[in-house]
Design a protein around this ligand. Structure first.
Ligand code: NDP
Ligand code: OXD
Length: 322
């Protein structure tokens, strides 16, 4: 038998991953946690595990894996792994895949167009049976500022540029992309914000990005743009924003609207004021869902390549935290 693997996910359908992986790696045991992330089998079986496929793994599960060689995150983000207090000294690999990237690109483009085409106003008119034309601005009059021009942000930027939007980006390190005005680092952050009508956050959650999107930041966005005020779209991580500040900004007009896919607490609590604000689009962390049908092959291929002595792709840098 070849080394075993453990599928350990909290809140996801563990079996749908195991079902896809088993035929791809038929000659090895594939163990699973339950939906709460708890493994109910014997410690002896866990000692055979070389690989964990994880989404929000429990500390107690990782602590029981003495032979672990690689941690595979089942998402693009790895904050759910770095949130643990004890991590074994093994490579952490994340998902980078055209399927996941395409889903995120769809979400960002959908929400940017929704706000640029005055979707919230027209939805309100429809509910009131009002026939009134208000002209949306042209794409080229709207500036979309993307925080995080990585795999996800880069793909969304390319499509937005093709649609004619003015696109700018803000990153940690310098970037060059055709049609995109690039800013990086703390010194250029205010200049980036000052020219942004629609702020798109596609940042990983790290100590540097936690709580970054707060009221002072939102007040720095362009106020005299064509949408009656700036818009926030966050599909990165809820930990990067301060929800109370977003609510305050939506109420006092600092923000004209928002689309939020990620939240400080998920599921978004039923008593969150965000649910009742008309100018907010809420989706339950589904901007880019990890589909086992699309992704299992990549993970199985990585395991086989690793065992042939090849380098793992999409390794995370633990010092950067993403
Ligand atoms: P990448 O690692 O490819 O890109 C991250 C980008 O963020 C990089 O451009 C990086 O800058 C930038 N960045 C990181 N830290 C900072 C900082 N302190 N200041 C400025 N820029 C910073 O990640 P992906 O594009 O693949 O994914 C981004 C995030 O999207 C994931 O971490 C995850 O949290 C989220 N996500 C959400 C999903 C959802 O369904 N809502 C689905 C998938 C992902 P630089 O290029 O200089 O390194
Ligand atoms: C991810 C996510 O990180 O779904 O992939 O949030």
């Amino acid at each position: 038998m070849k080394p075993a693997l453990l599928v350990a996910t909290k809140g996801w359908d563990v079996e749908s991953w195991a079902r896809r992986i088993r035929p791809l790696l038929p000659d090895r045991p594939i163990l699973c946690t339950d939906r709460a992330g708890i493994y109910h089998g014997a410690d002896a079986d866990l000692a055979e595990i070389h690989y964990i496929l994880a989404w929000k793994p429990l500390q107690e599960t990782l602590d029981r894996l003495p032979s672990l060689r690689v941690i595979f995150s089942l998402g693009a983000g790895v904050d759910h792994i770095f949130a643990l207090t004890r991590l074994p000294d093994v490579p952490i690999v994340r998902i980078v895949d055209p399927d996941l990237t395409a889903r995120m690109t769809e979400y960002v483009v959908w929400q940017v167009l929704h706000h640029q085409r005055l979707g919230p106003a027209y939805s309100a008119h429809q509910r009131e049976r009002v026939w009134r034309d208000i002209d949306p601005p042209a794409a080229h009059q709207v500036s979309v500022g993307i925080m995080g021009l990585g795999v996800m942000g880069g793909s969304a930027a390319r499509i937005l540029v093709r649609l004619g939007f003015k696109v700018r980006s803000w990153t940690r390190s310098p970037k060059r992309m055709a049609g995109v005005e690039s800013f990086h680092g703390a010194e250029r952050f205010d200049a980036f914000l000052a020219g942004t009508d629609i702020l798109v956050a596609l940042l990983p959650l790290t100590p540097d990005t936690r709580g970054l999107i707060d009221l002072p930041l939102l007040r720095k966005l362009r106020r005299d743009g064509p949408l009656g005020g700036p818009i926030l779209i966050n599909a990165g991580r809820g930990g990067s924003h301060v929800e109370a500040d977003i609510v305050a900004a939506l109420r006092d007009g600092t923000l004209a609207g928002a689309s939020l896919d990620v939240f400080q607490t998920e599921p978004l609590p039923a008593d969150s004021p965000l649910w009742d604000l008309g100018n907010v689009v809420i989706t339950p962390h589904v901007a880019a869902v990890s589909d086992p049908v699309a992704l299992a092959g990549q993970i199985a291929g990585q395991i086989e390549a690793f065992e042939r002595g090849e380098k793992l792709k999409n390794r995370v840098d633990p010092r950067r935290g993403y």
